[in-house]
Structure formats: C-alpha cells, structure tokens
Design a protein around this ligand. Sequence first.
Ligand code: ZN
Length: 258
Amino acid sequence: MFIDSHTHLYSKDFEADFQEVMEQILRSDVRLMVIPGVDVHSIEPIQKLCETYPQYCFPAIGLHPTEVKSDFGEQLQTIRQHLNRSHYYAIGETGLDYYWDTTFKAEQIKAFRAQIDFAIEFQRPLIVHSRDAFEDTLSILSEYKEHAISGVIHCFSGTVEQAQKAVQSGFYLGIGGGVTFKNSKLPDVVANIDLQHLLLETDAPFIAPHPYRGTRNDSRYIPLIAQRIADIKHVSIDIVAEQTTQNALQLFNLPQPI
Ligand SMILES: [Zn+2]
C-alpha cells in the first residue's frame, strides 16, 4: 500500500467526475491521502472531503506563498482560528516562491514565519513549498532549530547538496512525478538520499508522472513514482512502499490504514 502525502483532491479540476476518480483511488493500492490547503478558500472544501472520507483523507491547513497578498494577515488569523477548532495533521502549504512573482516577497517571508510559529504552537509538521527560494527557505527554518520542527519539502526540486541540507534539518523530501521525467535532476537526489527521508506525493492535479505527463494527475499514479524510485535505488517497489508509508505515518501522525 501507498500514501499520497500531497494531493489537492478538492480542486475544481476534479469537480466534473469526482465520484468516479475517488472510487478508482479507493480501489487502488493508495490508502491514505494528505490534503494540504492553499488559502482560506480551500478550508471548507477540504473539510467536506475529509469528513466524507475520514479513513482516507487527512486535512492540512495553510497559506501557500503564491497566495500571499496584502490580506495575508487576516487569512492567517482565520487559519489560526480553524487550528484552534479542528484537528489538522500539518501546517501547509506554506513556504516561499520567487519563481512566479516576487511582489510580495517580504510578505511571503512574514507569512512563512507566522506559519512556522503555528507549527510550534500546535506541534504539527510543516508542508513546505519552495521554488527558486531554497536558500531563504532553509535559512529561515534553521532559525527555529531549537524547537525541533519537522516536515516535508514538498515537490522537492533542488540539488543533492540542498537535499542533504534539508534532511539534516529534519525534513523529509516529497518526491513527485518529476522524478519520472526525462532530463530530471531528481534521480540523482533520490540515489543519494536514504529512503527513510523520502515521501511519495502527486501534487494532484499537477505534475502527472510519465507517461501521463501534461494530463490531470491523481493519487492512482503514486505507484509509477514509487517504481521509478525503486529502479533508481535497485530495490523492489514493495520496499519503497513500506518505507515511505512508515515515513508518512510517522511524520503526520496518521492512523494505521485499514
Ligand atoms: Zn500542492
């Protein structure tokens, strides 16, 4: 069995055929899914999804760096209220993204720090999105060392050296469909990092693995990512499944799957 540690299954992209997709996922070997938020508007659809499928879908809550605008303070207040009211398995997605737009760079950093404080206060792991911002991301995280924060650098896309630094800081690496792409640098990362530091993720509906690249992604494709990791590491897919499942159960403190 597998765990998809990052899927936006509540996305509008699934609206038209949600039931069908969900039934197919439930028939697959993917047992549990962690559902990260991106802003206050994703809170309600995530809640609905996780209440409908409480044995399969586990909510996280956060403000994604590309959603950080001038109203980020109010959004974070709302998020904190929800953290007080309901159980969330992680804070995220949060992090830094300098790839799309750096207009709100200073606000992104403030929002990231505020969400690290949430992780400390509520003792939850972080789901960190970092794009073109790895050095800032890691240097900010390292300031909180004494709090023993943990989490995942989701959709990891950095170098081997950056991967090693993230792992040394107590973070897992979320490996997604990118590892199956031609010319990807990720196989090098996967070859050099022990399985006990890796999580599987789709980031659905985005980044479908080969041979579905460019189409809508969903959790059923997790075994394709696992198989690629198994090939790179010269181990069986069962070993990848078992270790990454243990990693995700432990990081997010998820219940044992049935
Ligand atoms: Zn995501």
